[in-house]
Design a protein around this ligand. Structure first.
Ligand SMILES: [Zn+2]
Length: 223
């Protein structure tokens, strides 16, 4: 396949928004200059219609916390920023999760709860943003509501909503966007996308990654 042809195909997929599956083609698709396909890209978009390629991908280099190096470094700066503001001592309740441990969680939950409820609780292996090493479930010491919706009422969460973008992080599953993101409101789940994109989204008052990039909604897995 010629280079020109593969670019044309990639572009068609995004503009047409017809098939989310083919968006993860061999040639990385760029949207607004962001590589949304390559697993190691800081701006890779992973959701229920866009698995990682390869499906067993894991980051090559980790930082001081359980995240890929750039995300771990940014997390340290963000933690410092929150602490300086007096709004909490941030920590990661869950960071990188590999393909095989996600597969174990997924199989356990589906066996216990059935496919529908199991899938609501655990992402399919290869489809979890945590597998990129760029997603973190955040919590603050002493503020409670760890991985609970009430985290949104904590001082730490309010600081994050106002400031995470300065450090390259976005709230990935905002309230009322389940039909687009495929996930319930998760005020604890932040995704490192790099400062270029997070600042651009902030300036545009954009709240949902898929919407901002013009990608089709990803409410559920494609059977
Ligand atoms: Zn999470």
């Amino acid at each position: 396949m010629s280079l020109a042809l593969s670019i044309a195909i990639g572009t068609t997929v995004v503009l047409g928004g017809s098939s989310a599956l083919s968006a993860a083609a061999a040639t990385p698709t760029t949207v607004l200059g962001y590589d949304i396909d390559s697993a190691s890209s800081l701006t890779v978009v992973v959701n229920k219609t866009r698995p990682l390629t390869p499906v067993t991908y894991g980051p090559a280099e980790f930082g001081a916390v359980n995240l890929a190096k750039p995300a771990a470094d940014a997390f340290a700066r963000m933690r410092h920023g929150m602490s300086k503001a007096g709004d909490g001592d941030l920590y990661i309740s869950s960071g990188y999760r590999g393909y095989y441990s996600q597969r174990a969680i997924y199989r356990r939950d589906v066996a216990k709860l059935g496919l529908l409820r199991g899938q609501r609780l655990a992402a399919k292996p290869g489809y979890s943003e945590h597998q990129t090493g760029l997603a973190a479930d955040l919590a603050a010491y002493g503020q409670g509501c760890v991985v609970k919706v009430c985290f949104s009422t904590t001082k730490a969460s309010k600081w994050l909503v106002a400031n995470a973008w300065r450090y390259g992080f976005i709230l990935r599953y905002p309230q009322g966007q389940t039909k687009v993101t495929g996930y319930q409101f998760e005020p604890w789940h932040y995704r490192f996308v790099g400062k270029t994109l997070s600042i651009q989204m902030h300036k545009a008052k954009a709240t949902v990654l898929e919407t901002f990039l013009g990608l089709p909604p990803a409410p559920d897995y494609v059977p």
